[in-house]
Design a protein around this ligand. Sequence first.
Ligand SMILES: *Cc1c(COP(=O)(O)O)cnc(C)c1O
Length: 470
Amino acid sequence: MPDLTRISSLSELPSVDRLLVGDGIAALVRERGRPLVLEAVRGALDEARAVVATGGTVARAELESAVAARVRTIAAPSLVPMFNLTGTVLHTNLGRAPLPEAAIEAMAAVARGASNLEFDLETGRRGDRHRHVEPRLCRLTSAEAAIVVNNNAAAVLLVLDTLAKRKEVPVSRGELIEIGGAFRMPDIMKRAGTKLVEIGTTNRTHPRDYEAAIGPRTALLMKIHTSNYSVEGFTAAVGERELAGIAHSHNLPLVSDLGSGSLVDMTVYGLPPEPTVRAMLGDGVDLVTFSGDKLLGGPQAGIIAGRGDLVARLKRNPLMRALRPDKITLAALQSVLALYEDPSRLADNLPSLRLLGRPRTDIDAQAKRIRRPLAARLGEEWVVDVVHCRSQIGSGALPVDRLPSAGLRCAPASGAKRGRSSKLQALAAALRTLPTPVIGRVHEGALTLDLRCLDDEAGFVAQLDRLAAP
Ligand SMILES: *Cc1c(COP(=O)(O)O)cnc(C)c1O
């Protein structure tokens, strides 16, 4: 007796049209629209055809559920919020700075409809999009002028393309950085048509190295903040103030790529010192470039602040049209910058700073609260401990400093080394499949969740009963 509930030959497979009119699928079409369901039906049939063609069988009843599963996968958004429990606060792969509510509201407000992005409400004429952030940036940094582009890599590109095309820029060998995601200073310089003149050595560069490199084709001097590493030991570098003196004595501008770039003194908030944009400009730097979503705590953006005549040249570069920020970025940046007007409340109002400044006692107490529900969910095969750990700031800011933090260490209760390692990977994978995926850090035989960035504790605990313990 052949099993009629199973399809075993190609001719028994339903056609696309047959499958589409089945009750369950027709309901999906009403819910999600025909094109998406059609794609899912074709996919499910292709898969069934492959099974049957290689001698397998497919349950008739399962075809519909296979289509439904495909529809869910196709329709699901790809970009989703997560819990960043990696211990790296400004994690480039996880979207860097969390934005304050005020910035989120400002973005939503301009996203919803028309705005005065490039419209002057006073004169009723065309306006300039930069004026929404420029005055505030100037006040906060003491710059004469400032502009915003898509990100800091774009800022560096725009500066070099405008000021150093077909010209030379001497850079210390100790500062030829690679930031993650294929941002290499020598490559950006090449793209901008700038000839890089390497000077000094990896560990030591002196004023005379700059002096010797300056010639008729030199466009500017450049200082690059070594954001993601530190050179220690027998080292020498030329500071901004001295370098500005050298540059200006040759009538050249000094550009500093600060990377993270802070608008305020971070030590006030209990964090390690990081050069501020204001201090750089005070030291005589003519243009400073920095990111909007690193220590500043705002949206992805690149900010260029400094001398008015140089910024005016940047604004006139046709590349500006390609690199300019959109209204949503400007709305968020405007509102984040506004928070800096009141430094006394900044640590409360700016989420990135609040997370960076969270004391260990606070995180430790949170770990103690969460340990029990997590341990209960993971069951007897796991040991869950409250541990002290160290968070990183991330995004290349303050690369060697670590912030005392606390978290939960999940380790398999027993097993050989290989089995334990695959068990850890299975736990990491299970955490990633939660409705709001949880990302921790697997190292030293355990999966550690650094709780520094856990704001929504209730949300985290509430979804634990969806966790399938491996
Ligand atoms: C991060 C960084 C960049 C790149 O900035 P993005 O905003 O990521 O484009 C460039 N230079 C330095 C020194 C950096 O730290």
